[in-house]
Design a protein around this ligand. Sequence first.
Ligand code: IFM
Length: 731
Amino acid sequence: MNGQQMVLKLNDISSKKPGNIAAIFSLSNGYVGIQASNPINGSNDTGTLVNGFFEYSPITYGEAAAFYPKNNQTIVPVLNLRKIILLDENHHRFDTATIKDISLNLENGQLHEVYEVSNQAHKKIEMTVVSAIDQKNLSFYGIKFSFKPLSYKGKLIVDKRFKLDAISEAADIGAQEDPRKTRRVNSAAKQIIASADDREILKIATKKSNQSITIQGRSISKKLLTERDLTTSFDLTYIYQVSKGDENKVVPIEQHSFVKIKENSHQFWEKVWQQSAVMISGNDEINLALHFNIFQLNQAAGRDGHTNIAAKGLTGPGYEGHTFWDTEMYMMPYFIYTNPEIAKSLLIYRYHTLAFARKRARELGVDSGALFAWRSINGEETSAYYPASTAAYHLNGDIAYAIGKYYETTDDDEFMEKYGFEILLETARFWREFGSWTEKNGQKKFEFLTVTGPDEYTAMVDNNYFTNRMAENNLQLAYTVGHKLAVSNPKILLKLNTSENELRQFQHLSTNIYFPRNTQYAINAQDDSFFSKPIWPFQTTPNSQYPLLLHYHPLHIYRYQVNKQADTILADFLFPETITESQLGREFDYYEKITTHDSSLSRSIFSAVAARMGNVKKAYSYFSDTVRMDLIDLQGNTEDGLHLANLGGSWLDVVQGFAGMQVTAQGILKILPHLPEEWNSFEFRLMFKKRLLKFVIDQQITEITLINGDPLEVIINQKKYTLSKIIKINN
Ligand code: IFM
């Protein structure tokens, strides 16, 4: 991709609301996230988010019950590091900054902004801001301001000292009617613990979660409060170090320059684009959008095994900074196939939350195994609305699925022995205890009652098809992985307190799971009762009433056949071997008609499945919304943060939809491309079993190159080949 196309500009986004700009152009490194808020007009205390830094607040129930979660967890914005105060020689504050230009360079991670800044006395100056976040020493952020005279050429007073608003718990905002927004907890105590002319150190401490952040800010070569003549242009550069805990540990700030930060950022992005280069030729807008999505996915991921990816990454406080199943089902595939180290550390995060998950299973009356938290920052369940959270037991199967895919792709036995297998065992044990035997059509079957599947417009039902498929896969994985590990390490079963017997029991359960079916349409039924409900009155529902969740009581919605997002279709996408082509066609048609796509997690799956079905036009139409979702503010709430799952979904669409990439039960990578007519060609890279592969697909030819690693068997358009260097096939 040429350099120009790797830059996202103001004109590439349709809504120029400050909140949208702040989220879309935010910089982060999985540790700290800095929103691109207006440095002059932005608030003092929002705009910087630290992955995992949260505060508790009590959940107040009108009517409580046993084992409801007691506390909210809310990500706490720490401080606006970009805030700057400018005064003219008469001490009139420049209080308006109009954005003229903004560009995010996806090749080196630098953000470049130009503002026209003015004050009440109609004096104007131009302010250019260049910033970058360090992608190696993750606590560092650098920002350079350049000032140029316009109508004002006098003395400029520049104040870059920390600005602390008075702390008031009254500023905290509780639950909102839109559950996608955050509650706000700003009441963390802030205290400047050291200051000199050119630097300050600030400590921010939460009261209840007992966490703290230290921020050191330093002006390079000038004082934090300085006065300069604006007869000609001048620059001022500041470096910040944001660290969890009490000290700035990583590198003394003196040794860290803005040049170094920019260098570390550039090197990181070079590697990302080397491993996960993509290219869509024939549509520059889509191509740029896809690159932007991949860029933001990489920025969002926690890399330390103790932090994960929030539904909004570090681009905004929506959903309170919580991690959901979004990570495993929508973002993980991108990391597994392009940067398995990150995938591993996201899975290790889950491992570190096992103690909470075991406790949660006990609280729900399940005597063994573990149940992971539906939404959380530290791993403890924090949702006050169990019908669409704790009851979404499928999360256990989603995590197991991701572990299975990671293992299939990397053969990482060490990870499996140390972390993965224990999660598989504990989740399989949960299904065993949670499920129950029943008789269906004269046969004994294992079923799961009172669950909520991915579709949040249907809750607390029996035998959600998706959930049952995920449980089946989870139980089967525990069995096969256990056996595989035991071959090279016979002690592993004993070490993890399991046995051949238990593994066989998992397999027995997995082969006897019940799957609901609708015989009238000859398709999989979303759950046991789904087809007994009337279809939602779509014809009489005005557009203004969508998303339904903001206009109807949940119980109103639950009485109807209406989907917020892909549910059974998602199961078909994940387990293509379980469904025939003709049934998939019927199923897609049925569920598509009753799906509102009110969830941002929906369209990408409809796109990928349509592409696999060869309905490329439909696939492309869903994809074009998916890939640009935040750039066009499709959901209307990009200002709360980007839709990270959907960003991952756009990559899935290209690789697992249009290229039709799947891995067979024998572990062979296969592709079956369907190229949209809008594209001349597309390319992408995958890491698979320690090889780096490059795919180029155009209207005539499919080409796979082995960039590094040993020869590999692949299946292209249903035929097997041995890839030792390059294969070119006519489509
Ligand atoms: O996890 C999702 C869920 O599937 C739909 N509601 C939003 C959540 C966070 O993205």
